[in-house]
Design a protein around this ligand. Structure first.
Ligand SMILES: *Cc1c(COP(=O)(O)O)cnc(C)c1O
Length: 495
């Protein structure tokens, strides 16, 4: 049965999957949602025997129904190849009473690779299907991580180019080196003199500039975004939850029909929403545990039914979760509002005007699948140390937030259901925070020196992605004033 996509803010317009991927955001500012969540049509026992790529096909074919089998398999095979450092793509390892689903074996050693390695192929295939001949120009502002994952995903993908703006003095040394050493004839990385907000505003202004769009079109270009609200990023994330469950089944760790919990370190709510979709496709799930750091807007929301972003923004050692507006939550709101687009639009409107909205008691009742939890900086560091000492396993700060939240949850509830923790970054990506959590003698040492120490204590060899940036030549050195971002784009594209 065909799955069509509609906006969370007005029910009328329905588009195909490929159109939703191309558009990213709906015209009314809403997010595209599937008109129903399809059920898996092969048994979990069968999936248990499949590879990651085969599992990906079984999940994605049900959501992207206007793609042919050949198109979809092509996208999957180009995405999940030897860019990943393990054939399993997303290994599931058991350590210290939980299972860690390692989503960091791709090009940039963080979970964004799971979706950003396939999005470029979904986009170019969608363009072809919709008879778009323009080259797609991806424009991104980044505070560090997403920019690199997008660059790696789009590098040398035919029919696309990518321009990434980052705050020249606002990213870590490792993050900057990762970006400015990026290979690929179609990649451009530009530092700006302003901060991340300036970069983001500049990119938004270009997206909304009609004259620029016309000038681009006449030269055979059009903009698109690799934003995390694109369904082309959300659906590929459903795959690894189906994969994790069926690995447990295949290994005989769980019986048929036995539920598992998933714990997800959450920022924009994309990753955990994918777990919710997996449950709706037929995966037996107990609780979906939403883990936050000090920026615990979501924890408060699950407790009270009030979403309130009016609070201090706290910088933590898990920066990818330092978020006060979790954009993908809108898709869950729409769902628990009974797919009421008007009600959803009203709440999102309140969020943008006053920064607060409250869901109804009926809506709150439908959140029973979810449990919120949070861990502060001290707890997070203690978790890294404890799991290292108990199990010799070194985890990154984001994963540690989830792991600490699970420890608390288990103690509080006595829930013994087998539990999978989404492990969203390699510890190598956050070497300083990780190593100082293990032992304060590492304080003050530089990131690159700590990488060698991390390799020694963890026994895990240094990932290619880290090794490469130490020696790779700098290929991008453009810096511009914030006010000149558009001029820079025009120059790059020869407008
Ligand atoms: C993006 C990110 C998250 C948060 O994921 P969401 O889908 O935004 O909730 C968690 N950990 C890491 C390492 C990330 O890069």
């Amino acid at each position: 049965m065909e799955v069509m996509y509609q906006s969370t803010r007005s029910g009328e317009q329905k588009v195909t999957a490929s159109q939703a991927i191309l558009k990213g955001l709906a015209d009314d500012g809403g997010l595209f949602v599937p008109d129903h969540i399809p059920a898996l049509d092969v048994s979990l026992d069968e999936i248990a025997k499949m590879s990651y790529q085969e599992t990906a096909y079984e999940v994605m074919k049900l959501f992207f129904t206007d793609f042919t089998e050949e198109e979809l398999k092509n996208c999957i095979n180009r995405a999940y190849d030897d860019k990943f450092d393990t054939k399993e793509i997303a290994p599931l390892v058991q350590k210290d009473e939980a299972y860690y689903l390692e989503l960091f074996h791709g090009a940039t050693i963080a979970f964004k690779d799971m979706a950003l390695s396939i999005l470029p192929h979904l986009l170019t295939t969608s363009a072809k299907k919709n008879k778009i001949t323009n080259e797609i120009v991806i424009l991104t502002a980044t505070s560090g991580d997403t920019g690199k994952a997008a660059l790696a995903g789009f590098a040398d993908v035919e029919g696309t180019s990518i321009i990434v703006f980052y705050p020249k003095n606002g990213v870590s040394k490792i993050q900057e080196r990762q970006m400015i050493t990026q290979k690929g004839a179609n990649t451009k990385v530009v530092g700006i003199t302003g901060n991340f907000d300036d970069a983001q505003s500049g990119v938004k202004a270009m997206f909304n500039n009609k004259e620029l769009a016309e000038a681009m079109n006449s030269k055979g270009y059009q903009f698109s975004s690799a934003n995390s609200i694109n369904v082309g990023r959300l659906v590929p994330q459903v795959v690894y939850y189906v994969y994790a469950y069926t690995r447990l089944l295949g290994r005989g760790e769980i019986a048929e029909g036995e539920a598992v919990n998933f714990v997800v370190p959450t920022g924009n709510f994309g990753n955990i929403l994918a777990a919710f979709y997996a449950k709706n496709m037929g995966i037996p799930v107990g609780k979906l545990i939403c883990a936050s750091n000090d920026n615990k807007v979501l924890f408060d929301f699950f407790e009270t039914g009030v979403y309130d972003k009016n609070r201090e923004f706290i910088l933590t050692t898990s920066p990818s979760m330092d978020i006060l507006i979790s954009s993908n939550l809108e898709r869950l709101i729409y769902r628990i509002a009974g797919e009421d687009a008007k009600a959803t639009a009203d709440m999102m409107n309140e969020l943008s005007t006053s920064g607060v909205y409250t869901i109804t008691p009926e809506m709150k009742k439908q959140l029973q699948d979810f449990v919120g939890g949070w861990a502060d900086e001290e707890k997070t560091a203690a978790e890294i140390k404890q799991v290292y000492e108990n199990a010799g396993y070194v985890m990154d700060t984001h994963t540690a937030v989830a792991s600490a939240v699970y420890r608390d949850y288990k103690k509080r509830t006595g829930d013994t259901v087998k539990t999978v923790i989404a492990s969203t970054a390699s510890p190598y990506k956050f070497a300083t925070s990780v190593m100082t959590a293990i032992n304060d003698k590492y304080e003050g040492m530089d990131d690159f020196a700590l990488i060698d120490e991390l390799s020694k204590v963890s026994g895990v060899s240094i990932p290619k992605a880290v090794e490469e940036i130490r020696s790779a030549p700098v290929l991008h050195d453009t810096v511009c004033e914030t006010a000149d971002m558009q001029k820079t784009v025009e120059k790059i594209l020869g407008l």
